[in-house]
Each structure stands twice: as C-alpha cells, then as structure tokens.
Ligand binder design. Structure first.
Ligand SMILES: [Zn+2]
Length: 225
C-alpha cells in the first residue's frame, strides 16, 4: 500500500487493526478456525474494522486495514469484507458490542449439531449470560443467519450457529476472544463428560447459575485464581 494511503488512517484505527490481525492469527494458531474460515471485527467509533474475505491471516499486514460503516459501506481499504459482514453488523446494531468474533471451533460446532442449547455443565455458563443457545441453521452470509444469531444472543454474550460455528461479542476484542475460547472449552467439556457410556453429566441449576452471576457482578471476574 502507498504511504499516502497509510497516513490517512488515524493512529487509533491503525492500532485497532494491528490488534485485530493479531487476534485473527491467534484463532488459527489455537485451532478455533482452519484456514480462512471464521472472521473478526472491532468497532472504532462509527467504523467497523473487519477481516477480509478469503485472505489468510498470516498474509494480512498493517497496510491492509479494511473498514466499513454500520450500514456496511466500505470506508477504509480496498479488499472485500468477510462474507459474514451482515452477521457482524447485526450484532453491533442489536448490542453495545465493541468487538465480534465468529469461528468454526470444532467442539462448539459439534455441539451445535446435537442440542438446542449447551447444557450448563460449568459455572462459566453464567459469564456468557446463561445457557448458550443454538441459532437455527441458515446459509452463511445471509440476513437470515444474522437475524437468527441476534435472536439467540438475547441476554447472552455468545451463541452457537447450528452446523456452522460460534458467535461471541464483548466490550473489546480480548473479551470477545476470551468468551469464544471459554465457549469452545465448555463445549469440549460437555462432549467429553457426555461421552462416558451409561452416564450423563450433572448440570447446574438456574439457582446455582444465578449465584455465580451475582458473584460476577460483585467481583467482575469470571474465574477464581
Ligand atoms: Zn462461518
């Protein structure tokens, strides 16, 4: 990219883009996505920085900044935004999100084919707002999928997309990423516990989840230690 184009990006935006690219690479390194599947976005004021469609994350650099407004009009860069842009924008419109992470994490996607919600096997369920729902299947990149995800996210900060993957949002990228990783871990936990022949995992009661939620409100930390 030419220097003249690069200097037109404010510092805050350039920094947010660098963090977005780093987080995108982390999703691949930590096995939450394979290849170019999955996508991430972060909001800087009225601009949503978003990963482009079909570009491997290790080929994204500081000069590839790509941004759209909340109506999806490109305001920064030249690449094609992720095909899941409608999903990201719908989450921003429906919530106070500062960042959105979408992955095809394997355990979470497995659970999306088996249940209508992730059974509450762990108290971290409360950190995501309660038992994580599975949004009904719709073709990727469609407004139908975006609407189904927003519905499944009601009073939650994460959901599963049936036969597809995960969506999580947060105040910032770290929080959205952490929620994605926690969701994938809990899905793995449930699959592991429920795979023991003749046994089924004990589940937390609504009262137990409410107690955790109360503690989170006071201490603001999702995990001990
Ligand atoms: Zn996807």
């Amino acid at each position: 990219m030419r220097d003249t184009e690069r200097t037109s990006v404010p510092d805050e935006t350039a920094q947010a883009w660098r963090r977005l690219v780093a987080a995108a690479r982390r999703t691949a390194e930590e096995g939450l996505v394979v290849g170019t599947s999955g996508n991430l976005s972060v909001r800087v004021g009225g601009t949503v920085l978003v990963t482009p469609s079909g570009v491997p994350y290790d080929r994204l650099g500081p000069g590839d900044v790509l941004g759209v407004d909340l109506d999806g009009r490109r305001v920064l860069g030249t690449a094609e935004p992720t095909s899941e842009l409608p999903l990201h924008l719908a989450v921003y419109r429906a919530t106070g999100a500062g960042a959105v992470v979408h992955t095809h994490a394997v355990h979470a996607t497995a659970v999306s084919t088996l249940a209508d919600e992730l059974p509450p096997v762990h108290y971290m369920t409360a950190a995501l707002g309660g038992p994580v729902r599975v949004a009904p299947y719709a073709t990727y990149g469609t407004p139908e999928l975006a609407a189904a995800a927003v519905e499944a996210l009601r009073d939650r900060t994460a959901c599963l997309l049936r036969n597809h993957g995960t969506v999580a949002f947060g105040e910032d990228l770290d929080q959205a990423y952490d929620r994605t990783a926690q969701l994938e871990w809990m899905c793995r936990l449930w699959l592991l516990a429920s795979s023991v022949p003749g046994r089924s995992p004990s589940l937390l009661t609504p009262a137990q989840l409410a107690s955790t939620a109360e503690r989170l409100r006071h201490y603001g930390r999702p995990a001990e230690g």
